[in-house]
Design a protein around this ligand. Structure first.
Ligand code: HEM
Length: 245
């Protein structure tokens, strides 16, 4: 049997709880919430990245059932990460202004894990890659994720291996496991876009729609442009084809 371990040691709570380090002087009482929401999001991104790797491996093995299981977990986590943003809706603009200067040039834009989630999910948009290059050399972990096949292509390969087509999933006799897997990918696109939308709303509420960000962008206006980015264009196109047909 494994050596006995208690709750604080198992969770490394001493270290974990010493990692929230507000920089404002004197300490602003709202900075703790601001840090915790970001840190919690990064922890969830860590689990999402692990699950994306597992999902990709199962798709490559041709295991649609386990793929669905991973994807459902990813979708649940994306919903949680998006919902967390709402806690910052309680941060009034004048109070954020009181500690914003202490953030320096830190910005969510520098989140490596957020980029890895995008890259592993299949984001290859020109704007996405250009933005990555703008910061100098692309960090190795992101470059590695970008070099992998697109997630949507892994799904389409699995369908092909099973002798199925996307159009037939949506026109065939009835919903089956592959149809539900396809719909779970759609749900993932929706959940990710919802995070983007809620984040834009939060930014508008806290710093205003026209204010530039600490990362040097046009703020909400810059962020709003990416809301329409999709990981699984073929799954959206099939809908349009059905209506046109
Ligand atoms: C008061 C709350 C927040 C404000 C005012 C805010 C503001 C901004 C702004 C203005 C940008 C654009 C880049 C820049 O110029 O800085 C940005 C990007 C970003 N923020 Fe936030 N943010 C907030 C909360 C959060 C939270 C809680 C997260 C969770 C991790 C987050 C993650 C990100 C990410 C990942 C990006 C890059 C998005 C992309 O390039 O598509 N932000 N944020």
């Amino acid at each position: 049997m494994a050596a006995d371990v208690n709750y604080p040691d198992y969770l490394a709570l001493r270290e974990l709880l010493s990692l929230q380090r507000p920089r404002s002087q004197p300490e602003h009482p709202d900075e703790l919430l601001f840090i915790v929401v970001h840190q919690a999001s990064e922890l969830w991104f860590k689990v999402i990245i692990q699950q994306l790797h597992a999902l990709r491996a199962d798709l490559q093995k041709g295991d649609g059932e386990r793929s669905l299981w991973h994807l459902q977990r990813i979708n649940t986590l994306m919903r949680i990460v998006a919902e967390q943003l709402s806690s910052l809706d309680t941060l009034p603009p004048q109070r954020f202004q009181q500690f914003r200067n202490f953030l320096g040039s830190s910005s969510g834009q520098q989140s490596e894990q957020f980029r890895i989630v995008g890259a592993l999910s299949g984001m290859r948009d020109e704007a996405f890659v250009k933005a990555l290059q703008a910061g100098g050399a692309i960090p190795p972990a992101i470059a590695e994720a970008l070099a992998t096949p697109r997630l949507e292509d892994l799904f389409l390969d699995l369908l092909k291996a099973r002798g199925r087509t996307l159009d037939e999933l949506y026109t065939g006799p009835g919903p089956d496991p592959m149809f539900f897997l396809a719909e779970a990918f759609i749900e993932y696109d929706q959940a990710f876009q919802r995070w983007r939308f809620l984040h834009v709303q939060l930014v508008e509420r806290v710093i205003g729609p026209g204010t530039g960000g600490t990362g040097g962008t046009m703020g909400a206006q810059f962020l709003a442009r990416s809301i329409s980015q999709r990981f699984f264009p073929a799954l959206w196109d099939v809908r349009a084809r059905l209506l046109a047909g």
